[in-house]
Design a protein around this ligand. Structure first.
Ligand SMILES: Cc1cc2nc3c(=O)[nH]c(=O)nc-3n(C[C@H](O)[C@H](O)[C@H](O)COP(=O)(O)OP(=O)(O)OC[C@H]3O[C@@H](n4cnc5c(N)ncnc54)[C@H](O)[C@@H]3O)c2cc1C
Length: 229
């Protein structure tokens, strides 16, 4: 089913008091899906959706007052994008294809399709002073060069502190982003998502921030090396 949704998080903001903790008492993260329908007008299937690429927000910003923002990905970049949008009084809705935050820093023993992976022994090679978000220092008792599990824990603390989880739709993959037919007037984007049950929805946003990472699909400059396959 394809549904059409205008705007971002108005429905979710009503749920602010229901926010789930980032970590349960057992230490297991249990994100609650924040996505739900705000409207359900059926529209025809989208033909030839554009693939995700780097889309600037400047055009939309200069055309119209930006209010709703789609953030694609809930890794370190997506989390801080949500937080920055909130600081500016915008309404971010983050779509995260997996079931949890952290992006690359959520280690899985078995690699998953369409997901980049770090390795079990990985210790970060940037010091915590350099890595830290400028307004949320890494706890003093964390080591200077942290194991990946500590890095993920830091992102959980960050998301919890700034109440970011309620703005994230987990297990929701962005399939395409394209300009609306009236983009020259509205500056708006159509974002098509698919949830874990295969349900597709089309959302309208004033702006899009792409934080989908860059390690999942290799970019190999083979054409620059004649003879290489
Ligand atoms: C082995 C390794 C070691 C590294 N070591 C360091 C280090 O020491 N220091 C350092 O600073 N950096 C390091 N990095 C770099 C790392 O990329 C960044 O630290 C950081 O993870 C980038 O964050 P991000 O949010 O941009 O992307 P990611 O962490 O990749 O997160 C992207 C998120 O977007 C989601 N997503 C992707 N596509 C979609 C879609 N279509 N719809 C919805 N969700 C989507 C993914 O599920 C994921 O959660 C390392 C990377 C690797 C691979």
């Amino acid at each position: 089913m394809l549904r059409y949704i205008q705007g971002g998080t108005r429905g979710q903001e009503e749920d602010a008091d229901d926010e789930q903790p980032a970590t349960s008492s057992s230490g297991t993260h249990q994100p609650q899906p924040a996505c739900r329908s705000l409207d359900s007008t059926t529209v025809p299937s989208l033909d030839q959706p554009h693939s995700i690429s780097s889309l600037g927000t400047e055009d939309a910003c200069s055309i119209n007052m930006v209010r709703t923002v789609a953030v694609i990905g809930a890794g370190p970049s997506g989390l801080t994008s949500i937080k920055s949008c909130l600081e500016e009084g915008l309404e971010p809705t983050c779509f995260e294809s997996s079931e949890d935050i952290g992006g690359l820093w959520r280690f899985k023993e078995v690699s998953e399709p369409n997901r980049a992976s770090i390795y079990r022994s990985l210790t970060i090679n940037t010091s915590k002073e350099l890595l830290s978000y400028s307004d949320f220092p890494i706890p003093a008792d964390y080591p200077n060069y942290m194991h990946h599990s500590r890095v993920l824990q830091y992102f959980r603390l960050y998301a919890e502190h700034f109440k970011l989880l309620q703005h994230i739709c987990f297990q929701t993959t962005v399939q395409s982003v394209r300009q609306r037919p009236d983009f020259s007037h509205s500056g708006q984007w159509e974002v098509v998502t698919e949830n874990s049950e295969g349900e597709k929805e089309t959302h309208i946003f004033d702006s899009v921030i792409i934080c989908s990472g860059h390690y999942t699909y290799p970019h190999l400059p083979l054409k620059d090396f004649p003879g290489q396959q």
